[in-house]
Design a protein around this ligand. Structure first.
Ligand code: TRP
Ligand code: ZN
Length: 885
């Protein structure tokens, strides 16, 4: 907990470290009521830092210093200075060895940062600045060291002892204890250190790398979960193969381990050779994990594995460069998932997520560039901007260079910087050097925050057969950045004729057409492109595949959107046209609701959806995506002032109308798919994901009709299925229905059956927390008393409180302010337990400017109450103070 107001840290103040640590030798003695850590640091003056011997300032927090030696000389209190956060001493030579012994308390660490206990096991989380809670160190990513680690623990309770690298020795001690020593031959920053001790079982497999080396693969879990590991193991082997084929990257150690832990602040962590995962991102089998969970496991396993090169072999110079590893690695895992499953569906899901959540962040008080230039608490910058927008920036480089030059650039980057801690500029430089392209202006994507708006208008000259597109870009002010310079915006586009065929694209001044779908580079605030040889007025298909993370404005009519929905050859843009049509129709309904008029649904939406349902040739996953109306979160994001109740009423009205009008085709497709699901064993593959997603979205519409045969089908699906995807979907629609008896019965049966499976109970909490029926807050408050709930487990907090505040918008934003007060209370409690989770939970309150006056005042009131509630962590303080500024 902070004792003084946290300071801002600036990128411009970066200086190379005064000292380096060549070797780090750690010993951990793990006990039930404390742990002893001995660290031997082989250090020297950094030759790049200048002359002289400045004081050595080691980071350290919540450590009880027991002993300190400099070159074997015992130091006394007069020889060093100790504060809450640092240990300072004076070296007398260029090279020296520091030995420290400290006592720490993992058994009472609820922040889940540093060394802590999850259930019966010891584990670590050191990124970003957790290592300083383990021992005194230079806890910064540009200090890279070779580590050896010895851990000892009681043998019976902790039979498995793991750390980074390769095991080199082990043995037993007196008194039922044992020890093991691990050596990591690769230099690494402290944030990649890991240790695990516990009673774990593992599944073992192996992978032969492209150069013929055999790597042992192990996934460690609690014994009762050993039946849920195969999917993660398959995903790991696919990832290793993909990274060899697509990036030429081979794994480097003889062993790669994953450990699943139940209490974890994020998804997973790429510690060298010893990835530590939130169990929600490892465990998956048909009966307990949904299709979405299976896909998430595959993606997170890939993400962490890919970090071995993009993050570990080449790491970040400082935490401002976080997107260097995260943006790149998200881009890599997204491409992997696209290759393993449906590319178009993956893109649709990612864009829908980005536009709802990252665009909101970029328009709010915490908006920051992909490479931030200041922070108080780095944990607050593991954001959608750094991860998802960062990935979009990489995707744009890929689009601008093309796949071959991009690969040449990534090869150069890895070769040039292997073993180094580098910056985003170094990455871009490698791309420039490999491609010969100048990316100077492009780099504004790293330094300017905010979502650009791209406004496009057209004019057609029938006499000259020319078609002109006029593009204008602008970017709203964000905190600390009032003026923005133009971005480089790659706009992929096609021009469609009246039958939906792509026209050859020849710009004025070109000798011949250059393809039928091409990427234009918008580099100026205003720019026009004129196409020649256009014999009829075309319909543009713009920003295909979402080629840049911008808001696009073009005055499409509803009929044009319906045409694109059916004829655009770019699958993403077909979906996008459908979404824009839905947005127009929903915004009309929102207006009607606000004016107190009767709601009337545009019948064209019904017809568009009917066409989709009747199109048996269209990929079923695409049909499911296109039948999904834009979420309330997205409608909030695009509204000037979000009217929560009107948005909810309009969307629910549209859903009910569509369900009523399309009962026949919905029912037909539901039954056909359900029949196959009933007679086919569960398979976690994309054709099966597609079938179940259409089946389940059809069911969610059908339940709105209140027909008895639908209820019967829903109950049957709930009871007779071999997988969580069908079971949870049926439960969710029941929970959102008014069939009170059936709902209560299903919820009870579900909880009884799955009470011992924490991850399944998370879903049970989430489904109820997200139910938009009246009384949401009371239901959530009651569920907080459920024996399976605890504020100490981040997954539980996210499943119940996070789902309520983030997804149940009508209930959370109830005008009596109850939802806000509840969330603030939880943040205040969590601030003392787990600051990272407390700070993340605050997200929905920080968006107060989006709402009407009454809600604004209530939300601000709660933020002020948090600020006044006592000693705040730097995590919560930064978010609350910036939100109120
Ligand atoms: N590097 C991790 C990732 O792959 C992020 C992460 C895991 C993390 N656990 C964390 C960041 C705890 C901060 C705190 O994305
Ligand atoms: Zn990552």
């Amino acid at each position: 907990m902070r004792t003084e107001q946290p300071k801002m840290i600036y990128l411009k103040d970066y200086r190379v470290p005064d000292y380096l640590i060549d070797e780090t030798h750690l010993t951990f003695e793990l006990f039930e009521d404390h742990t002893l850590v001995h660290a031997q640091l082989v250090m020297r003056r950094n030759p790049e830092a200048g002359a002289g011997l400045p004081p050595l300032v080691l980071d350290g927090q919540e450590l009880e210093l027991l002993e300190l030696k400099l070159d074997d000389r015992l130091l006394s209190a007069a020889d060093y200075q100790l504060s809450d956060s640092h240990l300072t001493l004076q070296p007398t030579q260029e090279q020296f060895v520091i030995d420290s012994s400290v006592r720490i308390h993992p058994e009472s660490n609820t922040a889940l940062e540093g060394l802590y206990k999850s259930g019966g096991m010891f584990c670590t989380q050191c990124e970003a600045e957790g290592f300083r809670k383990i021992t005194y160190y230079l806890d910064r990513p540009d200090v890279m060291s070779k580590f050896t680690t010895t851990l000892s623990a009681e043998q019976h309770s902790y039979p498995v002892l793991l750390s980074n690298g390769n095991p080199i020795a082990s043995g037993s001690e007196e008194g039922g204890r044992h020890w093991a020593t691990w050596e990591d031959p690769f230099k690494k920053p402290a944030y990649l250190f890991a240790l695990v001790a516990g009673d774990l079982w593992c599944v073992e497999d192996s992978f032969t790398t492209m150069s013929g080396r055999e790597v042992t693969l192990r996934i460690y879990v609690e014994p009762e979960n050993i039946d849920k590991v195969q999917h993660a193991m398959d995903s790991l082997k696919k990832s290793m193969k993909w990274d060899e084929e697509v990036y030429g990257r081979e794994y480097d150690l003889d062993i790669f381990m994953i450990v699943a832990v139940n209490d974890f602040n994020m998804g997973a962590m790429e510690n060298k050779g010893l990835n530590i995962f939130n169990s929600s991102c490892v465990l998956a089998k048909a009966e307990t994990a949904t299709d979405a969970a299976h896909q998430r496991v595959e993606a997170v396993v890939a993400h962490e594995y890919f970090h071995n090169w993009s993050g570990n072999r080449v790491t970040c110079r400082d935490w401002f460069q976080l997107s260097l590893k995260e943006g790149f690695t998200v881009f890599r895992d997204a491409e992997f998932s696209a290759d393993m499953n449906s590319r178009t569906v993956k893109r649709i899901e990612d864009v829908a997520y980005l536009r709802t959540h990252q665009f909101a962040e970029d328009a709010g008080p915490m908006a920051h560039p992909v490479r931030p230039d200041a922070f108080m608490e780095i944990s607050n910058f593991y954001t959608l901007t750094v991860y998802e927008k960062g990935s979009e920036v990489l995707r744009m480089i890929h689009t601008l260079l093309g796949p071959e030059l991009f690969r040449k650039g990534s090869d150069l980057y890895f070769e040039r910087h292997d073993g180094q801690a580098v910056t985003c500029d170094d990455f871009v430089k490698a791309m420039e050097d490999a491609s010969g392209q100048d990316l100077t202006q492009f780099k504004r994507w790293y330094s300017q925050a905010g979502t650009p708006l791209l406004t496009v208008s057209e004019s057609y000259d029938a006499a000259a057969n020319t078609y002109r597109l006029q593009l204008r870009q602008s970017c709203p002010a964000t905190p600390g950045q009032s003026e923005k310079l133009p971005f480089v915006i790659p706009v992929e586009l096609a021009l469609l004729d009246a039958r939906g065929r792509e026209l050859p694209l020849q710009l004025v001044g070109e000798d011949e057409p250059v393809g039928r779908s091409r990427v234009l580079q918008v580099t100026q605030a205003e720019q026009a492109f004129t196409f020649v040889g256009i014999a009829e007025k075309p319909l543009p298909s713009l920003l295909r595949g979402f080629s840049a993370p911008v808001k696009l404005s073009f005055p499409y009519s509803r009929d044009q959107l319906m045409f694109l929905m059916q004829h655009d050859s770019d699958g993403f843009n077909r979906w996008e046209a459908g979404q824009q049509l839905c947005v127009q129709v929903l915004q009309e309904l929102i207006g009607q609701h606000q004016r107190g008029e009767p709601l009337v649904l545009d019948p064209r939406l019904v017809e568009a959806f009917r066409t989709l349902l009747l199109d048996e040739a269209l990929d079923q996953a695409m049909v499911a995506e296109m039948l999904s109306l834009p979420g309330e979160g997205y409608l909030t994001e695009i509204a000037e002032v979000a009217d929560v109740d009107a948005i909810h009423a309009a969307r629910e009205f549209a859903r009910a109308q569509l369900a009523g009008a399309l009962f026949e085709p919905l029912w037909k497709r539901y039954q056909a798919n359900r029949e196959i699901s009933r007679s086919t064993p569960y398979v976690a593959e994309s054709a099966h994901f597609a079938r179940r997603s259409l089946q389940n979205i059809a069911l969610s519409y059908l339940m709105l009709t209140g027909r008895a045969e639908v209820l019967a089908a829903c109950l049957e699906q709930y009871e007779v299925c071999d997988n969580m995807t069908e079971r949870l979907a049926a439960l969710a629609v029941l929970v959102n229905s008014s069939y009170e008896a059936e709902k209560a019965e299903a919820l009870k049966a579900f909880a009884e059956h799955f009470k011992d499976n924490a991850l399944v109970m998370d879903q049970w909490f989430s489904v109820q927390a997200a139910s938009t029926l009246p009384g949401g807050l009371q239901r959530v408050q009651a569920l907080m008393q459920h024996p399976a709930f605890t504020l100490k487990n981040p997954n539980k907090v996210r499943a119940l409180i996070g789902a309520f505040a983030g997804q149940n918008l009508v209930n959370f934003h109830a005008v009596d302010g109850g939802g806000y007060r509840f969330l603030a209370d939880q943040v205040i409690t969590l601030n003392a337990l787990n600051p990272q989770i407390a700070s993340r939970l605050l997200g929905p309150l920080t968006r107060w400017r989006k709402y009407g006056e009454q809600r604004q005042a209530l939300m601000r009131g709660e933020l002020e109450r948090i600020l006044a509630s006592g000693e705040l962590s730097s995590d919560v303080f930064e978010v609350v103070s910036k939100s109120l500024a």
